[in-house]
Design a protein around this ligand. Structure first.
Ligand code: ZN
Length: 530
């Protein structure tokens, strides 16, 4: 993970003896000799695009618990690999949904220098095929995408991740082939990778999504830090289950089994004391809050860059195990939380569209660490290696957000048909809308603009727009051909955040309405008064 200001980023198993249904291990002998690229290379190299597909196909050939497909394309046209893992007969979304099990999407390698998640999840697919974790498959189907930034993965250099401790044979790039950061693209959807992921969400409707990263920010003592939805616009049941139950259970399990510490993500780089352990923005352009605002569980993890590559793979595996153990044990509760959030009407409520970090009432103990220098023998550059040192330091903590602006959620928005790209983007997100056949008398509001301006600095090829003003009663009629976005739909929170003109991460922010805002008096989208 990386904010704009600071550099951060964010086995041999037992065999299945009895499995239900038709799913059976067909050829477990071949799986016991199947190795991931790091396992084959003494943890010198990470897997390339072809290695990943070949590995998954080998597992699928040996086990009908695993089906290999693709969920879309990279910018350069590489099919994005997806392993569907569970007691299902094929990889199709209809089949997976008909299984009635909890659906979990696990995404690795979005930043293709942060490679260990890609390796952990491949090994996980193999180990499940060999019978490990068999009880999980009673309750869950896993959708595993090891190589999300497939183009970045092929742009290997020994120096792509600064002082990260390997793999010493090199790793890919942070950006995709468009030089865009996919983990800032979830609202604007300008990368084929993010659009493919959103299509996967709309097709398979996972209840839980995970996004595996590596952090090279602060020199802390945590093996892994994590983020879960914390934008105030996320439904409270989803946010609280994630923050108050799930992550504490994972952290406690890791502590008792391995004596390791995990913590919610933070960064202290460049500060003087007393320092502040401060998380990244809560914008839904990031995966975890994008998934949260869709009423689903989003979990982002950051292994520590200065663990060795092998130890980072182990860390991701342990994290995945504990997250999935909780999901298995709490499957009914997790499913119900998503269903309740989908059913809950937000029409008439005030919903947040901007926020700021909230400081903890008291200082908390954060464990800081130390590193020592090692040299990559091939590049000659220094790498940092974590020392087993934990220095407690009392700090303020900024892990949550409070709203700084809210709006009433209307029963519908009306989009003029000429806003073609806005309409297309909302539809791509999966937001339901209908065409208005003829001019319709509806009591409407229009947004009167007080100010609208773009940022001085470009970010991801955009100059983000900030708009102020207020909604007032309007005499306008809905023009024929307009698109009506009803807000009694599961994706209403996302629609609100994308459409509202004062949203800090909406389509107006990302310049989608710039043409319409040349006459900066009135926002071109109307909404109902109730
Ligand atoms: Zn990252």
């Amino acid at each position: 993970m990386r904010t704009r200001q600071v550099v951060v980023c964010l086995v041999v198993s037992s065999w299945i003896s009895i499995v239900s249904g038709s799913a059976q291990v067909r050829n477990s002998a071949s799986l016991s000799t199947l190795k991931t690229t790091p396992e084959r290379t003494n943890f010198t190299e990470t897997s390339r695009y072809d290695d990943v597909f070949a590995f998954l196909r080998s597992v699928a050939q040996a086990s009908n618990l695993v089906h290999v497909t693709s969920f879309g394309y990279s910018f350069e046209g590489r099919p994005l690999p997806l392993a569907v893992v569970g007691r299902v007969t094929d990889a199709r979304p209809e089949t997976v949904k008909a299984s009635g099990r909890l659906r979990i999407y696990i995404q690795a390698n979005v930043h293709a220098g942060e490679v260990e998640g890609k390796e952990s999840v491949q090994a996980l697919v193999r180990d499940i095929a060999m019978g490990k974790y068999a009880p999980w498959l009673d309750s869950m189907v896993l959708l595993i995408g090891p190589n999300y930034n497939a183009d970045g993965n092929e742009r290997v250099s020994l120096t792509n991740r600064g002082p990260q401790h390997g793999p010493i044979g090199g790793m890919g790039t942070r950006a995709n082939a468009q030089n865009l950061n996919i983990n800032r693209d979830y609202m604007k959807l300008e990368t084929p990778e993010a659009r493919s992921m959103v299509k996967l969400l709309n097709d398979y409707d996972p209840h839980i999504m995970m996004d595996l990263h590596t952090t090279d920010g602060s020199r802390h003592a945590y093996h892994l830090t994590y983020e879960v939805p914390n934008n105030p616009a996320v439904e409270a049941g989803i946010a609280q289950l994630s923050q108050k139950d799930w992550m504490p259970a994972v952290t406690q399990a890791i502590r008792s089994k391995y004596k390791w510490e995990f913590h919610s993500y933070g960064n202290v780089s460049g500060q003087s004391t007393p320092r502040v352990w401060s998380t990244v923005e809560d914008l839904p352009r990031y995966s975890h809050n994008y998934w949260g605002i869709r009423n689903r569980f989003g979990i982002l993890s950051e292994t520590y860059s200065y663990l060795t590559f092998q130890d980072r793979i182990i860390t991701d595996t342990r994290f995945l195990e504990e997250v999935l153990n909780f999901a298995h044990t709490n499957a009914a509760r997790i499913r119900k939380a998503t269903e309740d959030a989908d059913k809950l009407s937000i029409i008439g409520q005030q919903l947040s569209l901007s926020s700021k970090l909230k400081r903890s009432p008291q200082m908390v103990e954060i464990l800081m660490g130390e590193t020592e220098d090692e040299v990559n023998p091939y590049s000659g550059r220094f790498m940092l290696r974590r020392k087993d040192v934990r220095t407690p330091e009392m700090m303020w903590e900024e892990a949550s957000f409070e709203s700084t602006g809210a709006e009433r959620v209307p029963s519908a928005y009306y989009l003029p048909a000429e806003l073609r790209t806005v309409v297309e983007r909302l539809q791509t997100h999966g937001i339901r809308m209908e065409r208005v056949a003829q001019a319709t008398p509806v009591q409407l509001e229009e947004f009167q603009i007080e100010s609208t301006q773009v940022a001085a600095q470009a970010f991801e090829n955009h100059r983000e727009r900030t708009t102020t003003g207020k909604w007032v009663a309007s005499d306008k009629a809905v023009p024929s051909g307009a698109f009506r976005v009803p807000m009694n739909q599961p994706l209403a929170r996302l629609a609100f955040y994308l459409i509202e003109p004062r949203s800090n991460d909406g389509l107006a922010t990302w310049n989608f309405l710039d043409d319409a805002l040349r006459d900066p008096k009135v926002y071109p989208i109307l909404r109902t008064r109730n």
